[in-house]
Design a protein around this ligand. Sequence first.
Ligand code: GDP
Length: 454
Amino acid sequence: MSTIVAISTAVGNSGIGIIRMSGENSFEIIKKIFKTKANMIDIKPNTINYGHIVSGSEIIDEVLVSFFKAPKSFTTENMCEINSHGGILVMNKILELCLQNGAELAEPGEFTKRAFLNGRIDLVQAEAIVDIINAKTEKEAKASIKQLDGILSAKLAKIRTQIMNILVDIEASIDYPEYDVEEVTNNKVLETIRDVEKELLNLEKTFDNGKMIKEGLKVAIIGKPNAGKSSLLNAILREDRAIVTEYEGTTRDTIEEFIQIDGIPIKIVDTAGIRETDNEVEKIGITKSREAAKNADLVIVILDSSKKLSSEDEEILSFVKNKKGIILLNKMDLKEEIDEEKIKEIVKEKTILKISALNKEGIEEIFNTISNMYKFNEIEIDDSLTITNNRHKKAIINMLESIKKVKDSIQKQMPIDIVTISITDILSEIGNITGEGVSEDIINEIFKKFCLGK
Ligand code: GDP
């Protein structure tokens, strides 16, 4: 395989930057551009050498170079990592020197892809690396670390052995039909398959938590112009509990912000930005509210409690009828004019909170309501493995389906080779998760999500 190189640290000025090289010729290439004081490099595995990157007689930077000798490296190939100063000019120059001396520019994720192709990690672990890099919350990072650690892989390996043993038993019963062991075999198959089913059902139970940890909740704040949507968003974003990260909005006229409540990511879609109150804009406001409510998991309706309930308010309230929602009566610092009873009639059981977005009062209560509604505190991942990846989820569902087929066919006393087909399907689904026998397209799709230099 070719020798690849990339800048692995984020682009921009920083204290240090890391340029990473992997492949057969890594050491030959580095020898040409790296000079130590004694003018010789004695490459010992797992050592760090101090010296200079040079281009001819010109010193480019003062660096530390770490050497990892095959197979004991991230990719299992000869690797070196150049710790240079973090200036983009310097890093680019060093990268260029590596390229000039025979290395090729790595594709995004190519180092990890090599680690996978060379058998050092499986696909679950490779995907965990992307998830750790992209984790928005501590809980998400924790769930991913477990998968990198190989806990899911180990569980799948155990299931694979159990399934292989079943196949061996079946094979024996086919080879030696005179012993009439079919019934014994069937019972054995059923016993093991039920064991495997139990394991998989336990994993299936973690899907909801996994989705919550990874994708979180999409919350829409809707309401008439001037109800206080922008003020509410500002109050939420300033609250200590909400750690704010900027989020790219999907449409130009909605704002999307990311916060977290009790470690769960919350994406807030705000339909503000529609300021004036002429009729046309009011109408757009209602259309936007409807759209936002439709696409959200949870809808926060904000009403101006210092005004009478208008027909627009009623219309907006109707958007949450069949959804999870919280109703906020804003401007509680002013005299209340709104008809609370009427609101209760429309929204029935939904929580109604009085707040003042302007004075930032009642914000904590909103967080608590959301947290209790979805039992955020119960979403703990300390003791168990949580499935956060959709690809894994699909494979587990397919496996459970195959198990059902195995049980059915045995019950209906179908020929053993029919049973075998479904059992083999379970094996190939395990392969789909861990990466054996996965098509190149899927592999490429997965590694495309990586950043450069990883
Ligand atoms: P939006 O159009 O729904 O985004 O509403 P804004 O957040 O821009 O608020 C409209 C007006 O109501 C602004 O003048 C705010 O200062 C005011 N406002 C918002 N919340 C409160 C509140 O809790 N009390 C009072 N008295 N005024 C508020």
